[in-house]
Design a protein. Structure first.
Length: 142
């Protein structure tokens, strides 16, 4: 998504179970919402939405400020501030392709060995998050 030219900013917060990952004033946040990418500017209509696994892009003016991989969670936009609560949030520069590929291999083996359906479902959900990371790394050509 190409950023709109604007000087108006709003407060963006990204929070994971480990605490606040990012808090800054941005002019545009592009988020992986449940209905696809959502571009948020200041005074966006208030809403609450599911967050899908994917990439968050934060802009200051037309300049890309930060990028994060996020797992599932929620988006809360009040019009003056946007808070994202994510199960996991990792700066894209901290993603490691070989580690992620190894994690995917381990999960595939654990899924094959799982004996009960609940354990298998949990592992499949974990695999989906790891696959989303790999997809993002390929998209970023890393």
């Amino acid at each position: 998504m190409k950023p709109e030219t604007t000087t108006e900013t709003f407060t963006f917060r990204l929070v994971s179970p480990l605490g606040v990952v990012e808090e800054s004033d941005v002019s545009l946040a592009v988020l992986p919402g449940s209905e696809g990418e959502v571009g948020i500017l200041k005074k966006h209509i208030p809403f609450i939405s599911d967050l899908n696994p994917g990439m968050i892009q934060l802009f200051k003016g037309e300049t890309l400020h930060q990028q994060y991989f996020v797992a599932e969670g929620f988006i809360d936009m009040t019009g003056e501030a946007c808070t994202v609560l994510a199960e996991e949030a990792v700066h894209v520069n901290d993603l490691d392709k070989s580690e992620t590929e190894e994690a995917l291999s381990r999960l595939n083996a654990q899924i094959e060995a799982a004996e009960d359906e609940l354990q298998k479902a949990t592992l499949c959900n974990d695999r989906q998050m790891v696959q989303a990371k790999l997809d993002l790394l390929k998209r970023l050509k890393r």
